[in-house]
Design a protein around this ligand. Structure first.
Ligand SMILES: *Cc1c(COP(=O)(O)O)cnc(C)c1O
Length: 389
């Protein structure tokens, strides 16, 4: 059964918890308290819902993908997070956390970013509420996602390149955590997914569950057979899964298989990982026999992370959801098919969810599948254009 909240130690079953440096414990306690108080009060929740409606553009539409459904023989409904302000679901969480930072009296926020979507969302929320914003981004991702780097600059945020490790998302998280240890008095760290030490996985899920709650309402009681979402850290997936968990539909998370699971070049933390500790939480991760965390690989920067949210580890272990994967090549084909049948260019991340349906179309014949279209693909167009040159 799903857990409304983690236990006193911040755990979902044997996953989660708080494996953080001593200096961060008071800030994590302060955050947990502030979140708990705000989230159970009308003032904060009322303002949050107003901002989501009037600024972010919620509720996002539920779109019946007619031509794609006809092509695949599967009825496909798309939850259009790509139409949220800034182009992905990340803004739901960024707005909530920046509001909390403001209420805790912290004038500065920091964030890590992979595809740049969370950096853009945080820079946007910081501009809206008038806070200072610094974003850590791996230099490989800066190269892959130049457009988002310029967007963050325009929004008044400073982007700091991270050169350690492989220069991708994991390294950006590590660098943001180092900053936070130094600046915790004046700074809130806006984590972009359901990862990190307690209370982050729980809090970010609470800010993202609006996706599934809206979809449930839009379905007017007609439940789908499947709910499918791509899984990087797992925030868009938990956001749509959580309200459906226990109601009947099969929940399918799609991780990045990169160049293929056998190649070792992938981001399938649940599918091919083992339990361990990364960035303050116990979860499934990609590691070698000595516990060294391995580099993930995915064509999509947002799925290029060797860990996964602890609640997904719990969902996997307890059978609440199932986790599959799709390769870079399958995601590219899915992106093209969705563009040509529906006139929607999805983010490469979201294309992984569509790719799983394409592969399983025969087994899914006649069924209804709700897909979280986590973001739009504008950010990926330049990278794809370069690949085909
Ligand atoms: C960041 C991102 C993801 C991956 O993050 P999750 O926390 O797993 O949702 C997926 N899709 C898009 C469009 C993103 O920007």
């Amino acid at each position: 059964m799903k857990l409304e909240r983690p236990d006193d130690r911040g755990r979902f079953g044997e996953f989660g918890g708080r494996f953080a440096p001593e200096t961060l414990i008071p800030a994590l306690d302060e955050l947990a308290e502030a979140f708990e108080r705000s989230w159970s009060g009308d003032r904060f929740v009322g303002e949050y819902q107003r901002v989501l409606r009037d600024y972010v553009g919620r509720p996002t539409p539920l779109h019946e993908a007619g031509r794609l459904s006809e092509r695949l023989g599967v009825r496909i409904l798309l939850k259009r997070e790509d139409l949220a302000h800034t182009g992905a679901h990340k803004i739901n969480n960024a707005i909530g956390q920046v509001m909390l930072a403001r209420d805790m009296g912290k004038p500065r926020v920091i964030a890590e970013t992979g595809a740049g979507q969370h950096g853009v969302a945080t820079a946007t929320a910081a501009a809206y509420f008038g806070l200072k914003c610094d974003v850590y981004m791996g230099e490989v991702d800066i190269d892959r996602q130049a457009l988002n780097v310029h967007r963050m600059g325009m929004l008044g945020a400073r982007v700091s390149p991270v050169t350690s490790g492989a220069g991708t998302l994991k390294d950006a998280v590590s660098e943001a955590m180092r900053d936070w240890v130094r600046t915790v008095e004046t700074t809130h760290y806006v984590i972009g997914s359901v990862v990190g030490p307690h209370p982050f996985p729980w809090m970010v899920r609470e800010f993202q569950k609006v996706i599934g709650e809206e979809a449930l309402e839009q379905l007017e009681g007609r439940l789908p057979d499947y709910v499918v979402a791509c899984v990087g850290g797992g925030s868009n997936a938990i956001g749509i899964f959580y309200p459906f968990a226990g109601l009947g539909p099969q929940l399918i998370g799609v991780e990045a298989a990169g160049l293929g699971i056998e190649s070792g070049q992938h981001g399938a933390s649940i599918g091919a990982g083992t339990p361990g500790i990364l960035h303050g939480t116990r979860t499934y991760l990609l590691q070698d026999d000595e516990g060294q965390v391995l580099e993930a690989h995915s064509i999509s920067a947002g799925l290029d992370y060797p860990g996964v949210g602890p609640e997904h580890a719990f969902f996997a272990e307890s059978g609440i959801a199932r986790y599959e994967s799709a390769t870079d090549t399958e995601a590219l084909a899915a992106m093209e098919l969705l563009a040509r049948t529906e006139g929607i260019i999805p983010a490469l991340e979201s294309a992984h969810a569509i790719a799983w349906i394409i592969r399983e179309a025969e087994a899914l014949a006649g069924r209804t599948v709700l897909v979280n279209l986590s973001g739009r693909g504008d950010k990926d167009v330049e990278q794809l254009a370069r690949m085909t040159q």
